[in-house]
Design a protein around this ligand. Sequence first.
Ligand SMILES: [Ca+2]
Ligand SMILES: [Ca+2]
Ligand SMILES: [Ca+2]
Ligand SMILES: [Ca+2]
Length: 384
Amino acid sequence: MDTTFEDKKELAELENMQIKQRKMLTIGLRSVLALVLTIIGLCVYGCKKEEPRDKHSKIVFRSNRDGNWELYVMNSDGSEQKNLTNNPGNDGSPSWSPDGKKIAFRSERDGNWDIYVMNADGTEQKNLTNDLSHRNSSPSWSPDGKKIAFKSGRDGNMEIYVMNADGSKLKRLTDNPAQDYSIFWSPNGKKIAFTSLRDGINEIYVMNPDGSQQKRLTNNSARDIGGLWSPDGKKMAFISDRDGNFEIYIMNADGSEQKGLTNNPDSDAGPSWSPDGKKIVFHSMHGPQKKVRDRNYEIYVMNADGSQVQKLTDNPAWDFLPCWSPDGKKIAFTSDRDGNFEIYVMNADGSEQERLTNSNGIKIRRSSSPCWSPFLTSESDEKE
Ligand SMILES: [Ca+2]
Ligand SMILES: [Ca+2]
Ligand SMILES: [Ca+2]
Ligand SMILES: [Ca+2]
């Protein structure tokens, strides 16, 4: 699932279009409002499905610390930080291949957003979509590594497409005048969950990977966003404001037994499953909707049935976008507790919170959206 920060932002824009009669937000993290909408609405995307090995898991992230948005990779302790992309366009939305050897991402280097792929060390960067004038973003690798799903505006509005991992055999999966986005492959690769506005408001749908059997899972007058499969593929976590503000919900994969896990006046979003499926980490926003600077985000963890909610961060800064490590021991997240947005990691119980990235406190320099590699990278294999 690794839709990333920019995609969340883009999705946030879609939401904002609804709320503010299509008044678009600026792209780029310059707009704090966009960031906030992003966090509230679209942080359903945490990390992708993960394999139970973490010793050498790497973290890919995006940062503008060198001037424009680039992708970087580092070890899970913050060592060996490496810039993978290096060009004047914005790069983002990283998605690890299931074997950890490649990263799909989106780049603006050719003037518009295209889907690219590269080796995990940054070599052999290749434009897969070669679309000269439309937005192609949010690549999501199929669990068998053979396909990449993404969203594109090439046919007039945002639709979901799939292609082979080498860019061949492009196929459109959705076809309607509304926005379709937020792509989550089921762990067995047999279904894709997504969010669509086709029925007037954000609802969660599921389809086969060839686009057949599209079925709506949520049905109410509020926004339902996400479809984050549990590791065993039996359930999905999502966010919904059906009870007045955003809460974390869970449902069976067929849409039955929808249940709110959180219940409070704050905005809860950004769920990420623990690899064993027993817990969900998420962030919660306290503070007034209209006074951005007075808001504060904290990260919480709970059992997958909503019991035993525990606060993991506690400070006046923003702590958000948590992402569980493949071995279940760590949680990576983004925080501005030291002055600007940087990537942090903590133990799953909240102890030993540690900063991994450092832009020397320059406010406009930000690192965000940590995403753990699903498996050993080839580089780590060699070192072993
Ligand atoms: Ca760049
Ligand atoms: Ca559509
Ligand atoms: Ca809430
Ligand atoms: Ca905080």
